[in-house]
Design a protein around this ligand. Sequence first.
Ligand code: TRP
Length: 362
Amino acid sequence: MGNIILTGDRPTGRLHLGHYAGALKRRVELQNAGNYDAMYVMIADAQALTDNAENPEKVRQNIVEVCLDYLSCGVDPEKSTIFIQSQVPALCELSFYYMNLVTVSRLQRNPTVKNEIIMRNFETSIPVGFFTYPISQSADITAFKANVVPVGEDQLPMIEQAREIVRKFNAVYGETLVEPEAVLPTNKASFRLPGTDGKAKMSKSLGNCIYLSDSADDVKAKIMSMYTDPDHIKVTDPGKVEGNVVFTYLDAFADESHFKAFMPDYANMDELKAHYMRGGLGDMKLKRFLNEVVQSILEPIRLKRKEYERDIPAVYEILREGSIAASEVAEKTLQEVKNAMRIDYFKDEQLIKEQIKKYENK
Ligand code: TRP
């Protein structure tokens, strides 16, 4: 107990296996383990708009997609509050005050933002809102006094930024906010799942993603065309495991039960890798195994999604109720923040007394 968990995703597309391995799976495990006081899962539409200002329709369309992905992976609205960022106005107000605690050069050093600026070709035309999104993300986290933030490795600089803001705020205005901690996946291969083409990251624009909502046939086709070891031409050739996407995915997803069910000739990954490196183990056999493993994970998710897809109004109702509940919590923190900053003038009887006194002797 004593834990408040918060995470979020930008609704710019359906969620993929990278999201699942990197954070979603952990979230659901934490939720079901039950040792927390509250769990919030946020659809970060306002953050998505920081680099999609001209395309709000994309964000609008993907809110329900992301929510369906959450629900189908086991985020349970009875246990977790799923909400939409833009429906919680206190987050903007908090960001506005936090902005005074962060320097431009500090934002410029943020490695995630740096990298994203390059990827988006922003160069000199960086939208201010995008540049400052680490501050708004700090508001997302601190508004709920979250101390546990399960994220992928790429989000570590964001959590660090939030921690700095909390320390600075508490030092200047008095102990008010809670320092969050990132919780990374326990499995190294899940830190950052590469795309099916071997590129560093799954990304919609590169077309190298396996989506949680892909059909079984699509998943199979994507796995069968996955990047392996380009020098492993004949089955008898010795193969490389490092940089071989099929092995990275197996490391991320295959456990002992999968070996028992689909690959009983090998006990575990070590044996499988040893054989591949020796030569004599073909890519097709590996890919068929990976397909079984991934399908066994995605099939229940797919079925659950189908159920929710049949009642879209209920999905929006979950989001509406979650947003109202989240807004109440964030508003309470905002009042504490304003109180600590002493900008809650109308509740500040001391202030009025001081001013009366000042003018009494005039
Ligand atoms: N930046 C995160 C991403 O791109 C999304 C996000 C927004 C988030 N606010 C958050 C994640 C708060 C964790 C906590 O995936």
